[in-house]
Write a protein that binds this ligand. Sequence first.
Ligand code: PLP
Length: 398
Amino acid sequence: MSELAISKKVASIPPSATLAVTDKARELKEQGRPVIGFGAGEPDFPTPDYIVEAALKACQDPKNHKYSAGPGLMELREAVAAKTLRDSGYEVDPTNVMITNGGKQAVFTAFAVTLDPGDEVLLPAPYWTTYPAAIQLNDGVPVPVLAGSDQEYKVTVEQLEAARTDKSKVLLLCSPSNPTGAVYTPDELKAIGEWALEHNLWVLTDEIYEHLVYAGTEKAHIVSVVPELAERTIVMNGVSKTYAMTGWRVGWMIAPAGAAKAGRTYQSHLTSNVNNVAQRAALAAVSSDLGAVEQMRVSFDRRRQLMTGMLNDIEGVYLPEPRGAFYCYADVTGLLGREWGGKVANTSADLANIILEEVEVAVVPGEAFGTQGHIRLSYAVSDSDITEGVGRIQQLFA
Ligand code: PLP
C-alpha cells in the first residue's frame, strides 16, 4: 500500500539549507577528508563550569524530576526580567516572560500568537533561514525587504514603507543579525520603531546575539528608544549563543499581557514545561555577571577581525565589517560566472559546492538566507581553522 499524502503546508517547507551543507561536510569528513567547516551556528566553547555545576545539583533534587509550571520556573522568569532591565534598560513583569525550548520555540510561538491566515510579515533580508518557515507554518506570508552589502545589510524606513500593505501585521528585527552580523544603531532603531508604532505593527525582536557586539558598536533596545512600543513588542531570546548553551535548549519570550497569555495556552498544549534541569542551568547563567561571556566575546572578536580581513583580501569578494553575532556574510557576486575545476559558478550555491569539492571547506550559500550571491562563514571556530580554511579559499580564487 502506498503512503497517504502529508499536509500541503508542511510539505511546502524546504529543508534547512544550513543543515544540507553541514551534512555534506560531515559525509566528506567521515570519508577521512580534511574538511574545515564554517557552517556551524554555535560557539565552539563548552558551557561555563558554574552553569554545569548548577545542573548537576539540580539533577539530584527530586523536585526537578516532576512537571513544573508550563511558562517556566518563577525564579528563572524573575531572573530574565532582572536581566532585561540590566541589559535592555526597560522594566518587565516576570509574568510576561515565558520560558521556551530554545530561542527557536520563542520565535515560533511569537508568530503563532500574532498571525492570522494571510497576514504579512515584513522580513529584512538577508534573514535567518528559520523565519520564513516559521511564518508559513503559522499561515503568514513572509515579505522580504532586501538590504545589500552596499547598505551594510540594514533596511531603511523608506524600504519598509515601500513594502508595507494593508495586510502587514508584523515587523521582524534581528540585531545583531544572523547571517550578516549587522547591528542597528540606536538612531536607526528609533526611526524604525516610530514608523512601526505609527502603522500599528507588532515588532518581533530576536535578541539571541545581544551580547556578541564588537568594535565599540553602540546598541540599544527598541523599547528603550521607543517606550510606547512595549505593548506591541515581543522579545525572543535565550541562553544558547551567549553562554555556549545551544544543546541545553532554553530560551524565552517576553510579550505584553494578551500575547503572553496566548503563548502560555499554546505552550501548555504543545510542550508543557521546559526541562527543569536545563532551566536551573539557565538560571545560573542568567543570574550571574557577564564575565564568562566577555571572555568568549574577546575570542570571537579576534577571529572576526582575522576572517574579515582574509575574506576582503580576495578579489571579487566584499563584506562590510560585521559588528555582531559570529558570522561573516560575504558578497561574492564578483566571482560568479567564472569556472573552477571545470565547473561554472552561476550562483552562490554553485560556488559553495565548488569550494567544498575543490578545497574541502564548508560555507553556507546565501540562498539559505534569501539573498543569492553571498556566502556565510561562521567564525565560532578556532583561529587555526580560520587561517587554514580561508587560506584555502584565497588560493582557490587567486
Ligand atoms: N534566532 C537566531 C537569529 C538564531 O541564529 C538562532 C540559532 O541559530 C536562534 C534564534 C535559535 O536559537 P536556539 O538554539 O536557542 O533555539
